[in-house]
Design a binder for this molecule. Structure first.
Ligand SMILES: [Zn+2]
Length: 171
């Protein structure tokens, strides 16, 4: 009881709490990233491929420049290189549709791999864009995330969509 009320009292100073939590969150995130990079657990499309997509589709990737309090897009595209063509085609199709039909701009909030397939979270999606993304997410389950050749997801352990060659290397 004593401890709790003390904590609430301290937390009730908004400036201290905000500064403290922002510093702690930032430090923890930096530690987590450095650990993930060292262990090879953090994947991301190669810098130059990612930049190509950002340059080609600046409106879809407009949130890339924002900080982590505002969007997960600050982490970049969190998938392997093998899905680059899939992403390029998806972005091209979405942007052409939006532009040609004078639709409100859609922005990506997060692009990542989850349970072996692509996941894209957005702001302001209509049904058609949602369908395009849904199709690309399903298609990613047939494309090796490492090299882009035909692949499939394993059904046990750490699920990844890989071709036979990369499956062997992964085992
Ligand atoms: Zn492969």
């Amino acid at each position: 009881m004593g401890k709790r009320s003390k904590w609430i009292k301290r937390a009730s100073n908004p400036n201290t709490t905000l500064c403290f939590s922002a510093v702690v969150v930032r430090a923890l995130v930096e530690i987590a990233i450095s650990m993930a990079v060292k262990s090879g657990g953090l994947k991301s499309v190669k810098q130059e491929l990612q930049q190509k997509l950002f340059d080609k589709y600046p409106l879809l990737f407009a949130q890339h420049g924002l900080d982590m309090q505002q969007t997960c897009m600050c982490w970049g595209i969190e998938t392997g290189d093998g899905w680059y063509d899939l992403l390029d085609n998806l972005c091209g199709t979405i942007q052409s549709y939006l532009t040609a039909n004078h639709k409100p701009q859609v922005e990506f909030v997060q692009v990542k791999e989850k349970f072996g397939t692509l996941r894209i979270y957005t702001d302001g999606t209509d049904d058609l864009v949602h369908g395009m993304i849904w199709f690309a997410e399903h298609l990613s389950g047939t494309i090796c995330e490492v090299c882009g050749k035909p692949g499939h997801c394993n059904d046990s352990g750490w699920i990844k969509c890989l071709c036979d060659e990369h499956r062997k290397k992964d085992d």
